[in-house]
Design a protein around this ligand. Structure first.
Ligand code: TXA
Ligand code: MG
Length: 324
């Protein structure tokens, strides 16, 4: 089967209601959606992605009126974050209702939940009439999709439909915040909402790095593996261009550095003006183009470690760890 490509949310919602898989665009990355209340539909997500079932899914809502169906309690700091950032690139991990199947949460008593920003995505969920479980719409561990074409190229034969919502505005996954009973709010994944913005709203937060996930808290955000977002080619990181070898077999992913295109096999400069917002929006697409180009190895410039740069560096480090 080849996925139906459509811009009609009614058609796509019908497929969700019938237990099918629909990829749709959010402001962060494309998600691979299924009815979150239907375990059989949710199981198809894991099969299509080749995703291990210990990695829980984020549940997407059309609007705040759906929150009660999904979570049983919203602590005060979560409430403040909701008021400021929803709809938007922020996922909150909250105590789940029984109606949410264990498969969605990998048996955890909490569920990750967010309201995506694009009106078409919210219209899809509203028309489906159910919360929609959706991981990023890429094969497990690979580069996240930010256009409908990216989804079609990697999952087009395994899913029922793709709702084309245009290119993703933010381009990086949502930031994930949990609220452990005894502890302070904790960031499990840095993403499209910056730590600075979160701290402005609820004060300083703990942030688990990839290493913390792996060593001390393996179940905190089970999907945050050190290896993720992997291109098919070897990827190395640099701060100065002089650290990269030159030649036709080398591909360069630069943040803002001017790069002499003659010296390399392929070059992508994300933002000559040094805008992290622009760089984030282009990041996964540029990484894909380099991966598809005829070069043998990739070199990527590290980003300044603040704002969206922190989330970009997180993706880079994992992509490098996952490359051969
Ligand atoms: O921006 C995004 O968040 C995108 C779009 C489609 O919404 N979704 C996304 O999903 O990035 P995914 O499955 O690729 O990443 C979800 C992450 C995983 O690392 C998972 O472990 C974590 O969220 N997660 C989900 N539920 C959780 C829970 N109850 N506790 C801790 N971590 C959770
Ligand atoms: Mg993902």
């Amino acid at each position: 089967m080849t996925a139906l490509r459509t811009t009609d949310p009614q058609r796509a919602a019908q497929i969700l209601r019938e237990g099918g898989l629909v990829a749709f665009g959010t402001e962060t990355v494309y998600g691979l959606g299924a009815n979150a209340l239907d375990p059989l539909a949710v199981a198809k997500i894991f099969a299509a992605k080749g995703r291990p079932t210990f990695d829980p899914l984020i549940v997407h809502l059309a609007d705040i009126s759906m929150l009660d169906q999904v979570v049983s309690n919203v602590p005060e700091p979560a409430r403040k974050l909701i008021d400021r950032f929803w709809p938007g690139p922020l996922t909150l991990v909250l105590p789940k209702r029984l109606a949410i199947p264990d498969l969605v949460t990998s048996g955890l008593t909490t569920v990750g939940v967010r309201i995506p920003d694009p009106p078409l995505a919210r219209e899809l969920i509203r028309l489906a009439g159910v919360p929609v479980a959706a991981p990023s719409a890429n094969p497990f561990g690979r580069i996240s999709p930010t256009t409908a074409d990216h989804v079609a190229a990697s999952l087009g034969e395994k899913i029922d439909a793709i709702l084309d919502c245009g290119p993703c505005r933010v381009g990086l996954e949502s930031t994930i915040v949990s609220f452990p009973d005894a502890g302070s709010p904790t960031v499990l994944r840095v993403g499209g909402t910056t730590l600075e913005e979160i701290a402005e709203t609820i004060g300083p937060v703990k942030c688990l790095t990839s290493h913390a996930h792996e060593s001390s808290l393996p179940m905190a955000a089970p999907g945050s593996l050190a290896r993720h977002y992997a291109p098919g080619k070897r990827l190395r990181l640099f701060d100065r261009l002089s650290e990269c070898p030159q030649g036709p077999e080398v591909g360069v992913l630069a943040f803002d550095l001017p790069v002499d295109r003659e010296m390399y096999g392929a070059v992508e400069v994300l933002s000559p003006t040094g805008s992290l917002t622009e760089a984030a929006a282009k990041f996964f697409g540029s990484l894909r183009r380099l991966d598809a180009s005829p070069v043998r190895e990739l070199y990527a410039q590290r980003f300044p470690d603040h704002g969206l740069g922190r989330a970009l560096n997180d993706r880079l480090v994992r992509a490098a760890a996952g490359s051969h």
